[in-house]
Design a protein around this ligand. Structure first.
Ligand SMILES: C[S@@+](CC[C@H](N)C(=O)[O-])C[C@H]1O[C@@H](n2cnc3c(N)ncnc32)[C@H](O)[C@@H]1O
Length: 232
């Protein structure tokens, strides 16, 4: 069984107690149908090293392989979509790195098994890593600001990228502030105490919802899904 506590100091300083697998599965079962929707977006505002996000990703990838095992291109696209729907915020940088790595390994294991005959595999893997860099953020879920490696707030707001396919292989990215995503669809609550495990579904997005208040902060032109790291 994975350790739930790394040190007493970390528990005292940050409330870092990881949730056991049995509880993770039981809680994900409460939203079982959403976990089966490939593009249903999940955000965990105090994600630790990704116990909940890994379980959700794993459930989504099971759906992707069932639906698209006969079509490697559709598998690739939907596996990226599943990954792109998973978001996390975590205060401690080592946990952020561990979470990204864990989700990537899980994704890559499934991908490698599913897709054998596509030349651009490494480029797609880099796209997966790029999505994780954008989606799993070192930040303070209470102040809604990014934090530095010492866990101190920076002036930068937490920004999330929304990923979607437009036509064929073309993927698009739109960036929103975390604050906007929390307040756009009432009555989505403010983030609860970060020391308590939380699992929030982001409400569905609408098109053309930039109300001119700096909420949708950037729209990137569509690009082939194996090239998204070129967004920089
Ligand atoms: C109780 S642990 C839960 C970790 C994970 N959700 C789980 O269930 O295994 C709480 C996590 O929240 C992080 N944390 C504490 N305060 C935070 C804040 N203000 N913003 C983001 N993360 C925070 C801690 O570093 C820790 O990893």
């Amino acid at each position: 069984m994975a350790k739930q506590v790394k040190s007493k100091q970390r528990v005292a300083d940050h409330g870092e107690v990881f949730t056991a697998e049995r509880e993770v599965k039981a809680m994900c079962d409460l939203v079982a149908d959403e976990c089966l929707r490939i593009d249903s977006r999940f955000l965990e505002p105090a994600c630790g090293d990704g116990n909940f996000l890994a379980e959700i990703l794993s459930r989504k990838l099971d759906v992707v392989i069932k639906k698209y095992k006969r079509n490697p291109v559709d598998y690739e696209k939907n596996a990226l979509l599943a990954l792109g729907s998973i978001y996390g915020v975590e205060l401690l940088f080592d946990n952020v790195l561990a979470c990204r790595e864990r989700l990537f390994k899980l994704w890559d294991k499934a991908y490698t098994k599913a897709v054998k005959k596509i030349d651009r595999k490494d480029a797609v893997r880099e796209s997966a890593q790029y999505i994780l860099e954008k989606n799993i953020i070192c930040g303070n879920a209470l102040s809604l600001h990014q934090v530095d490696e010492a866990g101190q707030d920076t002036p930068e707001p937490i920004i999330f990228s929304q990923w979607a396919f437009v036509t064929g292989p073309m993927m698009k990215r739109e960036d929103y502030t975390f604050e906007e995503l929390l307040t756009r669809n009432e009555p989505v609550p403010k983030p609860p105490e970060a020391t308590q495990m939380t699992l929030d579904l982001l409400a569905p997005q609408e098109e053309d919802d930039d109300d001119g208040e700096g909420t949708l902060i950037r729209v990137y032109p569509p690009i082939q899904y194996w090239r998204i790291k070129e967004y920089g």
